[in-house]
Design a protein around this ligand. Structure first.
Ligand SMILES: [Zn+2]
Length: 127
């Protein structure tokens, strides 16, 4: 089961902290959809790898409680809920986490040679 926080390198090990499911843009409209959109922007600004896209596809994106200020969390009995419009601001990763298969094969020797040829051509044109 993917029950983990969507932020890569999240250090939160507190088992009593809640994990909030991110609303899906597919199922909501109006205010909640805008919120889902804002959350997506924040999440993708910290993480762009195959895993997060897979979570989004399956609608399984979750953020743990530690990234929200206490006033963003509403207590409903033993359950906790996020206030609409809450944006994670605490304990966020330092860097954008990027690990995509496409990025790994970005520059091959063949491509590099082609680039060099192109540069040579450009140089000849200007001399
Ligand atoms: Zn977390």
């Amino acid at each position: 089961m993917t029950k983990n926080c969507c932020f890569a390198q999240c250090q939160n090990n507190n088992s009593s902290s809640s994990l909030f499911k991110i609303p899906s843009k597919k199922y909501y409209s109006g205010q909640k959809r805008e919120w889902a959109d804002d959350l997506e922007k924040v999440i993708l600004s910290y993480r762009q790898d195959d895993y997060i896209y897979k979570l989004y596809k399956k609608d399984e994106v979750r953020i743990c409680e530690c990234h929200f200020v206490p006033s963003d969390i509403i207590k409903k009995g033993s359950r906790k809920e996020l206030k609409i419009g809450s944006i994670p601001t605490l304990h966020l990763p330092q860097k954008l986490y990027m690990k995509r298969r496409s990025a790994q094969k970005a520059i091959t020797p063949k491509l590099f040679a082609l680039c060099l040829k192109d540069i040579e051509k450009q140089l000849k044109l200007h001399t």
